[in-house]
Design a protein around this ligand. Sequence first.
Ligand SMILES: [Fe+2]
Length: 309
Amino acid sequence: MINSIGHFQRLWAKVSHYYSKNYQCLTKNPRLFLMRKIARFESIRNWTSYFHRGAEIFYENYKKNPSIFGDINLETVVVSLTTDSYYLGINLPQAVLQELLDFAMTSTCYGNRDPALAFYYGDKERAEILSGKQFNIGSYLNNTEMSSALKKLESDSGLLAIAAKFLGAAPVHVGSELLWSFPLSATPLDQLKAAQVFHYDLDDYRFIKFFFYLTDVDPSSGPHVCIRGSHRNKKFSHQLLGVRCASKEDKEIVDYYGAENVLTICGPAGFGFVEDASCFHKATPPRDKDRLLLQIEYAINDYGSLRSF
Ligand SMILES: [Fe+2]
C-alpha cells in the first residue's frame, strides 16, 4: 500500500511538472513548442536532415586550425554516434582541465539552478544553512560566459567538426553548463529536474552534446548513464510521449531496450564523451562524492530558451 502511494506521488509529480512546462513553452516560445511536438518522431528528424547544408566549411577549418584534442578521426566518432548513440574518449588536456577547475573554485554557482541561491563551492554548507535549503545540484548558469577556457572549447575546431559531420549542417552553439551534483536523497520532482530519471532530449531536429567530467567519476559518484542505440527504433509509444517518457519507470525503459545496452560511463577528471542525446539517458545522483560536469551543446537551430522549458 505504502509502495503504491509512493509510486502514485512520483508519477503525479512528474506529470504535473511536465504539463506546467509545456504550457509555458506554448505561450512563450511557440517555435520550440512545435519542434518538440514533431521532432519526437524519428522519420521527421531523418526527413528534415535532407534540407541542411554548410557542414563542409567546418571540416576545412579543422584541417587548417588544430584542435586542443589533437587528431580526431571524425568518421570513427560519427559512426559510433550513429550506431551506438555515443563516442567515448574525447579527453581534456590537463591544462584546460585545471583552468576550468580554477574557474569553478573562484566563481559563484547557484543552488538547484535558482539565481537567488548564489554561493562559492567552498561555502556550500554555509549557503545551505543561510537559505534553509539543501542543494542537490549547483549550476554556474550564465557565469560560464566569463570562462576563457570554456570559450575556447566552444569554438574548438575539432568539436565543431564532429558536430558538423554528425548534424550534416553548420552547428550552432546553443548552450553550455558547468554543473555540480551533490550527494543528497532527492524527492521525485528534484530527480526529474536534475534529469536523474531515464528520458531523452528534444532540443532540436538534430543536436549533439559533449560531456566532460571535471572530477573523478566512479559508479558511486554520479556517472552519466545511457542506453546504447536507443536513439533509433524507439517504441512508437515512446516517440508519442516525447519528453514525457521521463514519467515512466526506469525499469520499463530498461526492459524494453535491454539491460545489456545500459552503459554507465565512468572516467577520471578530464574524461570526455559525446552523445546523441535523443537516446535514453540520465544523470545518477552521487552517493558519496560531489561531481563536477561540463556540458557543451550544438544544434541546427537556436530556440533561445531551451533550459526554461
Ligand atoms: Fe537529458
